[in-house]
Design a protein around this ligand. Structure first.
Ligand SMILES: C[S@@+](CC[C@H](N)C(=O)[O-])C[C@H]1O[C@@H](n2cnc3c(N)ncnc32)[C@H](O)[C@@H]1O
Length: 294
């Protein structure tokens, strides 16, 4: 780590540790070095991040400082903060994450917002929904909390991811309404229109785009990212699946990657979906496509 700028200061205080760690991570190209340093120090000390601000002058015990240094070293090597702390916030809920799951992204909240615009919370929305490629369960769990009468099937091919999702559902009190299924996409379902809605943040990185992914994203499971040669494989699979499994008048909603919205719109139109709309995320990017089953 770089040497302290100020001479004569107590080098063991929370504030000093944070300042030095921030400089260390900035040198290694972290995009948000101060925030990362705070999250890692809070994790090492077993406290809330904001609690650090109340104890800038405290001198943490050596074992916790050692733990912090180890986390910092791994962060400096490019390991995402969420994998180091084992948690990530999504829809104001804290989710457990491990290297078996994609780290939930803020832009994926657009999918939750879109679903809530179709089925407003408090409207007593009942019925069955399916979340395809659930990962840590963030989408199904966030929506189950908003719709206390709804039930979900949350599918993933990764048994390890489903283990994480199961714990998250229990933690957020929706374990009795979210049912997890390990399977290859929608192949386990009988071809009956069981669902009111199908929701998915599918893998959508195309083969050509893998080379330009940020190094941190390469730490995430390949199966959570790989959308086939053109990145659109799972949008076709969603259209095929929803045509059989979503009720007439029900909705299909999916997150899309940069520049994919119009291609997804065409695929779904060809598959017979109507009322297709594209919604933008807070950054102004086309992020979610929705379509209605005829
Ligand atoms: C982009 S991640 C989405 C995770 C989570 N829903 C989210 O929004 O953060 C896609 C998920 O699809 C799963 N997946 C990939 N291929 C699959 C398949 N053939 N069948 C079922 N799940 C699959 C991956 O394991 C991964 O958890």
């Amino acid at each position: 780590m770089p040497q302290p700028a100020a001479v004569g200061r107590d080098e063991r205080t929370v504030l000093f540790l944070l300042e030095r760690a921030t400089a260390y991570l900035a040198e290694r190209g972290a995009a948000s070095p101060r925030l990362d340093a705070e999250l890692l120090l809070a994790s090492a000390l077993g406290v809330d991040r904001l609690a650090l601000y109340l104890r800038f002058d405290a001198r943490p015990p050596t074992d916790k400082v050692d733990r912090f240094r180890e986390l910092l070293r791994r962060r400096g090597e490019g390991m995402p903060v969420a994998y180091l702390t084992g948690k990530r916030e999504f829809w104001s809920l804290e989710f457990e994450v491990t290297t078996d799951v994609l780290i939930p992204r803020p832009e994926t909240e657009t999918l939750v917002e879109t679903a809530l615009a179709i089925w407003p919370p408090g409207s007593g929305q009942a019925g069955w929904f399916v979340d395809v490629g659930t990962g840590c369960g963030n989408l199904a769990i966030a929506l189950a909390r908003e719709w206390p009468l709804a039930r979900f099937v949350a599918v993933d091919r990764s048994a390890a991811a489903l283990g994480v999702a199961l714990r998250n559902a229990a933690k957020h009190g929706v374990g009795e309404r979210v049912f997890f299924l390990c399977g290859d996409w929608l192949s386990a379902f009988a071809r009956r229109p069981l669902f009111v809605g199908m929701i998915s943040n599918p893998p959508y990185i195309g083969a050509a785009d893998f080379a330009s992914l940020p190094a941190e994203v390469e730490r995430e499971p390949r199966a959570a990212l790989d959308g086939g040669a053109d990145g659109l494989h799972f949008f076709r699979a969603l259209a095929t699946g929803a045509s059989c499994l979503v009720r007439e008048g029900g909705w299909l909603l999916a997150e899309v990657g940069a520049g994919q919205a119009q291609a997804v719109r065409s695929i779904w139109e060809e598959a017979g979906f109507r009322d297709i709309q594209v919604r933008r995320d807070l950054g102004g990017m086309d992020r979610v496509v929705v379509g209605r089953r005829r």
